[in-house]
Design a protein around this ligand. Structure first.
Ligand SMILES: Cc1ncc(COP(=O)(O)O)c(C=O)c1O
Length: 385
C-alpha cells in the first residue's frame, strides 16, 4: 500500500507524518519494515509506563471481557476507584471523567463559570489547552485560532511568568486563571521560581479560581505525580489526560471540595468508561513504581544534553522527563537524521526538539539517545566524545 497517497486521500489534512509504526515494547517502537526506534515522543506524553506493558495489557483484556462501557447511567466500581485515587493523589475532592485533554479543559471552564457565576477567564500567552472551541479560546497561539473566529468571549491572555501582568487583568468578573505549570506545546517553557505560589496567593486574595492544566505535566512526567506539587500549592481545579491511561483515551477534571456540577450541567457518553478507568488504575499503580526515579533520570538526561558541545545548541530546559533542546538552526534536519539512526524525536516550532519519553526509560537508553542526537547535531564529531 502506498501509505502517503492513501493517508492523504482518506484522512483529513491535520498532521504531518513520516514513519508508520506497527508495535511497541517498553521505550521502543517498530515500524512496518521491522526497523526499531528508541521513542522519545512517548505518544506525545501519553505512554507513561512503556508500550505494551504486559501487566496493563492483561488488565485491559480482563476488563474488556467483562464490561467496556456501562455508561454513566449506572454505578461503576473502576470509575469510583479511579476518582478516589486521583482525589487522593491531588489532594482535591471530586472528579469528572471525559475522553481527552481538550474535553477536560472544557469541563474546567464550565465548572469555573458555574461555581463563581462570573465569566472572565485569564489564560497565559503561549499557553496551550486544546483545540475544541472553548479550550481553543484559552489557547494562545493565534495561528491555531484565526480561521475559527469568533471564539468564546471572555478570555484574556497575559504574559506567563509576570505576576504584575496577571494582577492588572483580574477584576470583579474574573472566574478563573488557567495555566500550565510548564508550557509544553510552547516548547517546554519554565516559569520563574515561585511564580505558581504567587499566582495561588493572588487568586485566593481576589476570590478567583486557580485552574492548573496538568494534561502534559501530570502523571509523574516531572518527577511528582502532579507538577504543581513541586511548589506545594493547592489549586482549585486540575485537568489531566494524556499519560493517565497509557494511551487509552481518558481525561479528568478534579476539583476542590464544594466545586461541583448539578445533574444535567455536563456529561459524556464514553467518559469514565470501565475499560479506560481500569487501564488508568493499572497505569497509575505502575507509574507510582517508577516515579521515585523520574527526577534523577531527568537530571541525568538534562546534564547529558548540556554536554553536547555545539554552537548549534541554544538551550536545554525542562523538568523530570519533560525536556527540550532548543537549537539555533536545523532542528528538523536533526530529527530526520535521528530517525534514520533509530531515534524518534519531536521537532516543534522550527528549532525545538521536545522529549517526552516513557517514564521507564533507562540510563543506558538515555545514553543512546544523547549519542544519536550528538551525531545528528554535529556529524563532524563532538569534543566531549
Ligand atoms: C497542556 C495541554 N492541555 C490540553 C491539551 C489538549 O489535549 P488533547 O490533545 O488530548 O485534547 C494538550 C495537548 O497537547 C496539552 O498539552
Amino acid at each position: 500500500m502506498d501509505l502517503v497517497k492513501q493517508d492523504s486521500k482518506y484522512l483529513m489534512n491535520t498532521y504531518k507524518k513520516n514513519v508508520c509504526l506497527e508495535y511497541g515494547i517498553g521505550c521502543h517502537v517498530f515500524d512496518n519494515t521491522g526497523k526499531k526506534y528508541l521513542d522519545l515522543t512517548g505518544g506525545i506524553a501519553t505512554c507513561s509506563i512503556g508500550h505494551s506493558n504486559p501487566k496493563l495489557v492483561k488488565a485491559i483484556a480482563n476488563q474488556a471481557g467483562k464490561m467496556i462501557n456501562s455508561t454513566n447511567l449506572f454505578y461503576s466500581v473502576p470509575q469510583i476507584e479511579l476518582a478516589k485515587k486521583l482525589s487522593k493523589l491531588s489532594g482535591l475532592s471530586k472528579c469528572f471523567f471525559c475522553n481527552s485533554g481538550t474535553e477536560a479543559v472544557e469541563a474546567a471552564i464550565k465548572l469555573a463559570k458555574k461555581h463563581t457565576g462570573k465569566s472572565k477567564i485569564i489564560a497565559m500567552k503561549n499557553g496551550f489547552h486544546g483545540r475544541t472551541l472553548g479550550s481553543l479560546s484559552a489557547t494562545w497561539n493565534p495561528k491555531f485560532k484565526e480561521k475559527f473566529k469568533p471564539l468564546m468571549p471572555g478570555f484574556e491572555h497575559v504574559e506567563f511568568g509576570s505576576i504584575e501582568a496577571l494582577e492588572s487583568k483580574i477584576d470583579k468578573n474574573t472566574a478563573a486563571v488557567i495555566l500550565e505549570p510548564i508550557q509544553g506545546e510552547a516548547g517546554v517553557i519554565m516559569p520563574p521560581e515561585g511564580y505558581l505560589k504567587e499566582v495561588e496567593k493572588l487568586c485566593k486574595e481576589n476570590n478567583v479560581l486557580m485552574v492548573v492544566d496538568e494534561i502534559q505535566t501530570g502523571c509523574g512526567r516531572t518527577g511528582k505525580f502532579f507538577c504543581f506539587q513541586h511548589e506545594n500549592i493547592s489549586p482549585d481545579i486540575v485537568t489531566v489526560a494524556k499519560g493517565i491511561a497509557n494511551g487509552l483515551p481518558l481525561g479528568a477534571v478534579i476539583s476542590r471540595k464544594g466545586i461541583d456540577f448539578d445533574p444535567g450541567d455536563h456529561g459524556s457518553t464514553f467518559g469514565g468508561n470501565s475499560l479506560c478507568c481500569t487501564a488508568s488504575l493499572k497505569t497509575i499503580e505502575l507509574i507510582e513504581k517508577v516515579l521515585p526515579q523520574v527526577e534523577e533520570k531527568g537530571k541525568y538526561f538534562f546534564t547529558k544534553l548540556e554536554s553536547i558541545d555545539s554552537s548549534k545548541v541554544k538551550e536545554v530546559r525542562g523538568k523530570g522527563l519533560m525536556l527540550a533542546l532548543e537549537l539555533n538552526e536545523g532542528a528538523k534536519k536533526v530529527s530526520e537524521e535521528c530517525a534514520k539512526n533509530g531515534l524518534l524525536v519531536n521537532c516543534i516550532h522550527g528549532n525545538i526538539l521536545r522529549f517526552l519519553p516513557t517514564l521507564t526509560m533507562t540510563k543506558k537508553e538515555i545514553d543512546f539517545a544523547v549519542q544519536t542526537l550528538k551525531k545528528a547535531i554535529s556529524p563532524e564529531g563532538n569534543k566531549n566524545d
